[in-house]
Ligand binder design. Structure first.
Ligand code: XIL
Length: 372
């Protein structure tokens, strides 16, 4: 009898503590684990937050972090012309499709990147059977075929496309980049690309996308080009600021000016490829001429501080321009891998460290006064 009583007391006490502990709220905010807030949640009243991915990241720990933190995706390479269209009569859909299916399955938005670019374009595009350069007519027809096929293929998955990427030159006295597209077609390929994309999916939001968009001279050229397209009735709806920035660039003023100028044309603005290189002097991912190929590769406290400042400033500005900005996308997920690695040194440009844990800059970005 006494033993039974004792057992009941122990049971009651156990149940009491069990019920207490189950009512304790999980307050730990550890990004990367389920049931915790992610970037997308902190920014739900502002804009979607995206990340550029490769198919290998759609499994395991990377995929858990993606789903926990982001509500938009871009294919880092899989939807570019070269990877997608390696030979004239051959498309390779597998990689792009795996990203599209993943996005659909998890309810993430998907940006299409990109339809026409001087880099990662297949060589066959510009050559005929004899190896000679094709005529403008042939090239525009091939561009049309490519854009029509790709945009229609991803119609139910992709809400908007970077239609033309990096058509403006960095040099002050050169307007258009002398790419194969430009050399063969002149500036007309730009308008045509937008028209082909619009015809293939009239609902898609169409962007011109470029880097160094905070450089006053380049910004002015982009502004003039986009204005001309708009005035000619070309279906262009947005400008993508790639956002390949560094610890010393851009300034708050220049960033604000770019957002204001492009949105003054009635266009939406997105930051499409955000990363903050810890090395000074980077320009759109390229080394500035004469720059040292620094072999140092540690993430120093000084780099960390400077990077925090830049991220904090950038997201302050982004929040301020809510409504004009319709998306912010990071170019890669964590410092474990970034396209900026290599060139003899490791970079640390993102908000998650090499162990996929949030860096201090992450907390700077998500801790803000929503009332401001
Ligand atoms: C980069 C990818 O991240 C790399 O993996 C690839 O080798 C080269 O292209 N601007 C763009 C992106 O618009 O498509 C580029 O992506 C980075 C610069």
């Amino acid at each position: 009898m006494n033993t039974l009583k004792g057992t009941l007391v122990v049971l009651a006490v156990t149940l009491f503590f069990a019920s207490c502990s189950s009512s304790v709220k999980i307050t730990g905010e550890k990004p990367g684990t389920a049931n915790t807030k992610g970037l997308k949640d902190y920014y739900k009243d502002f804009f979607p937050i995206g990340v550029a991915v490769a198919p290998r990241m759609l499994h395991g720990e990377d995929s858990a972090l993606i789903v926990n933190q982001f509500n938009s995706l871009t294919a880092e390479n899989a939807m570019k012309m070269g990877p997608l269209h390696p030979r004239e009569n051959e498309y390779f859909w597998k990689d792009g499709d795996s990203i599209a299916f993943f996005a659909k399955k998890h309810g993430l938005r998907l940006r299409g990147h990109n339809l026409c670019w001087h880099a990662q374009a297949p060589n066959w595009m510009f050559k005929n059977a004899n190896g000679d350069t094709v005529t403008k007519e042939v090239l525009l027809q091939r561009l049309k075929d490519h854009i029509t096929t790709v945009v229609k293929h991803y119609k139910d998955y992709v809400y908007g496309w970077d239609v033309v990427n990096e058509a403006i030159d960095d040099r002050e006295n050169v307007f258009y980049r002398p790419s194969a597209w430009y050399r063969i077609c002149g500036e007309e390929f730009i308008a045509k690309a937008f028209e082909y994309a619009h015809a293939a999916d009239p609902k898609a939001v169409l962007f011109y996308n470029d880097y160094n968009t905070e450089n006053p001279k380049k910004r002015e050229k982009i502004y003039q080009m986009v204005k001309k397209l708009k005035e000619a009735g070309i279906p262009i709806h947005g400008v993508g600021l790639q956002g390949h920035w560094s610890v010393n660039n851009p300034s708050r003023e220049e960033l604000e000016k770019s957002i204001k100028m492009f949105s003054s044309l009635g266009l939406q603005v997105q930051v499409t490829e955000l990363d903050v290189s810890v090395y000074a002097g980077r320009q759109g991912g390229q080394l500035i001429q004469g720059q040292r190929r620094d072999s140092a590769s540690a993430f120093t406290p000084e780099m960390e501080e400077q990077q925090r400042e830049k991220y904090k400033m950038a997201f302050d500005v982004f929040r301020q321009y809510k409504g004009k900005l319709t998306g912010i996308t990071f170019w890669n997920l964590s410092d474990r891998y970034s396209w900026l690695d290599g060139r003899g040194r490791k970079n640390y440009p993102l908000l998650f460290d090499t162990n996929r844990q949030p860096k201090k800059a992450y907390w700077d970005v998500v801790r803000f006064d929503a009332a401001k």
